[in-house]
Design a protein around this ligand. Structure first.
Ligand code: F0G
Length: 379
């Protein structure tokens, strides 16, 4: 392969943050150009104007397979390949399986994915299947699949690529780097949907890594080094994790055995990063809360209808919770808030169509009919 010396292409987050990645830079890197996702500022949500809140959406649905999992998967699969592994395995509510399938296909190795039978969104199933993974449906939920994956990996030559694999978190920490690189300083609050709590942990690792590189003693910047080239802010955000009410072990203070929610991506009762998430909670001074399915879907519709940003239901949990906490004053007026939108809305078209308020109008192929449809639906 030849490369042009003047080429300046973005080639994925490992190359972009290579000095911060615990990986052999000279080995083979498995990438699909993940990361570098937009931070979209909300302009139209009235509540934000009322409280003078700057709300930015980190749109992780624009990763190659449509979710933040690609950040972790590029690292986990690169590490597996560099170590000579021939097969990876994961349990998944859908997005991890789609991402594992894609990166395994790119690497030329096998992927085995365990999904809860009948409980993953159609787009995710389609991705895993077309990308050549061996899809194993478990008559149970995600937590059953995770238990089986851990058990089988002790006996079969497969590398686990769930977020219990530390390389996953190393990849996912780059989302925090990108936010600080772009804003020049960490936000006041960072809100995420929480399932296994791997992503909230990874973000905290990223923010902390950037903060620690600041000399702290520097009297010039008062914690805001964005004006000093090459230095990052010492500030870290308060991390806020929102769960779906039927699947909220962090709110219950214990594992939940039969988790339920329409936001299937976060239908998890036994989070794998339980201890880490409590550490993030304590160190960052943040909190956990829960949102009902009704609130989650309302936030999904609001983002799509007011800001043109289509995310999957689980992702909207971050915004549902943040808007409630802005209204109550828990997130104070004047704050800068980042909400991660973890996955693209196209992952789950069924849920979107079921709750969309737009009319589907059918007409004869005649000019008069189309004119009538326009005029009778003008605002
Ligand atoms: N949002 C989406 C869209 C997800 O797919 C997930 C997790 C989360 C949020 C929660 O992230 O687990 O790091 O707290 N999905 C996993 C999967 C479980 O299998 O795709 P977390």
């Amino acid at each position: 392969m030849t490369t042009n010396a003047t080429e300046n292409r973005y080639t994925g987050l490992i190359n972009n943050y290579i000095s911060r990645m615990p990986i052999d830079p000279n080995g083979r890197i498995i990438s699909l150009g993940e990361g570098n996702t937009p931070l979209i500022e909300c302009h139209n949500i009235e509540l934000l104007k009322k409280y003078n809140i700057r709300l930015l959406l980190k749109y992780e649905g624009l990763n190659p397979t449509g979710s933040f999992k690609d950040r972790g998967m590029t690292m986990a699969v690169t590490k597996a390949v560099q170590d000579g592994s021939r097969a990876i395995i994961c349990a998944s509510t859908g997005n991890t399986s789609a991402s594992a399938a894609a990166y395994a296909s790119r690497a030329g190795i096998s992927a085995f994915v365990l999904i809860p039978e009948g409980r993953i969104a159609m787009g995710k199933l389609a991705q895993a299947m077309i990308q050549g993974a061996v899809v194993i449906q478990v008559k149970g939920n995600f937590d059953d699949g995770m238990r089986l994956v851990k058990e089988v990996a002790k006996e079969a030559p497969v590398d686990i690529v769930n977020s219990i694999n530390p390389y996953r978190l190393q990849g996912q920490k780059t989302a925090a780097f990108e936010i600080v690189d772009e804003l020049g300083v960490a936000p006041d609050f960072h809100c995420l949907p929480v399932g296994n709590a791997g992503n909230i942990t990874a973000h905290w690792i990223g923010y902390s890594e950037y903060a620690n590189q600041c000399t702290q003693s520097c009297s010039l910047c008062s914690g805001k080094c964005q004006f000093l080239q090459g230095m990052k802010s010492a500030k870290r955000p308060q991390m806020v994790g929102y769960q779906a009410a039927g699947s909220a072990p962090f709110m219950r203070g214990e594992m939940v055995d039969a988790p339920e929610t329409l936001a299937t991506a976060i239908r998890i009762g036994h989070p794998q990063s339980w201890d880490n998430a409590w550490k993030v909670h304590k160190e960052s001074g943040g909190w956990f809360d829960e949102c009902s399915d009704y609130e989650i879907l309302a936030a999904q519709r609001l983002l799509a209808g007011s800001e043109g940003v289509f995310c999957e239901p689980a992702s909207a949990t971050s915004v549902a919770g943040a808007l409630r906490d802005i209204e109550s004053g828990k997130i104070p007026a004047g704050s800068t808030v980042v909400c991660t939108l973890t996955g693209h809305g196209l992952k789950d078209p069924d849920t979107a169509i079921k709750q969309a308020t737009s009319k589907l109008i059918t007409i004869d192929a005649k000019l008069a009919d189309v004119k009538d449809a326009i005029l009778s639906n003008m605002d």
